[in-house]
Design a protein around this ligand. Sequence first.
Ligand SMILES: NC(=O)c1ccc[n+]([C@@H]2O[C@H](COP(=O)([O-])OP(=O)(O)OC[C@H]3O[C@@H](n4cnc5c(N)ncnc54)[C@H](O)[C@@H]3O)[C@@H](O)[C@H]2O)c1
Length: 354
Amino acid sequence: MSIDYDPATAYAGKTVLITGGAGAIGSNLTRAVARVAERVIVLDNLVASPRWNVPSLPNVMFVEGDILDEVKIKRVFFERPHIVFHLAAFFANQNSVDHPENDLMVNGMGTLRLMEYSVLQGIERFVYASSGCSIYGSAAPLPLKEEFMSMHLSTPYQITKMLGELYANFFWHHHELPVVKTRFFNSYGPGEVPGQYRNVIPNFIYWAMKGLPLPITGTGEETRDFTFVGDIVNGLMRAGVLESAIGQEFNLASGRETRIKDLAETINAATGNKAGIRWASRRKWDTKSRLRASVERANTLIGYEPNTRFEDGLEQTLRWFRDNWDRIDAAAAFGPGVSSAVREMTVEQDGQEA
Ligand SMILES: NC(=O)c1ccc[n+]([C@@H]2O[C@H](COP(=O)([O-])OP(=O)(O)OC[C@H]3O[C@@H](n4cnc5c(N)ncnc54)[C@H](O)[C@@H]3O)[C@@H](O)[C@H]2O)c1
């Protein structure tokens, strides 16, 4: 579906607040919005991202702070944003199983506070980063369509990502806050630093570049809908300004499936890693065998088209790793108190957003 959309016109003169703008998706969104908007304000407490991931651009203002800290929230709303992209989150499944109260505070209370301030400020658009891997549960038919939702979720993260959507609905119906709920699947691309709680693609690349076997938690036949971050950013930017998005929820996915075993073999081949793969037991919460989203609704509503071929997206990601290896290696977060080689061998990983 072709939709009338010119980002330069739509974002001209706008001040845009991006929470989590130092993160994997947020840093890419910040860079893209800064190209067309008047100003971008980034609020991020750097708990999961290095400072260098925040794009250093003349019209980007970085505020280091927590979305639970009202002083920092007041500080960023003082800049009078027109549009809010709320991406800051306690990420993701295993992290929330390990720390459920932190997850509720950040993803629940933090999201509620930002919506309250957005109402007070009369924000033009509030775009919420939801998670398709979360709210459809394990029993939904493929392709995953927006109308199917599950009440049987597997982790606190999945529950609080859904909670954010429920708050968004409340603020839309009661306060007429113009919300949009965008549901991502497994995002990948430049900007995601590997770590214990990160997604499978950056971790596989990291281990492969260190010559370590890639751990598969499951049978390897599991599939995921890997979506290139540039496609998600395009969808988000449309969601930020197109009228047709208001009050809606839709998937921003690739619409394609990739087997985890194929992914591991592709990454080993691309990096020349001879260590192969190793098998690890499946995590209890990881109950999904296949994930593939429908992108029909996003296409109809906002003209979303995920055009990036998986091979091209992976190549761009690999290039980013090679170009930034030293600082990625220094920032990779695999938990304190364990030597890095041991950590790499013990972390089980098949996609934190699984
Ligand atoms: N990456 C995916 O595959 C995926 C899939 C579905 C949904 N999502 C959602 O998209 C959003 C962005 O994901 P991402 O992969 O870029 O995550 P990310 O962890 O890379 O980015 C989130 C950012 O928020 C910051 N942050 C965390 N807690 C904060 C707090 N209390 N105050 C201020 N900043 C805080 C982190 O430092 C980080 O830079 C998240 O809301 C996530 O739940 C991501």
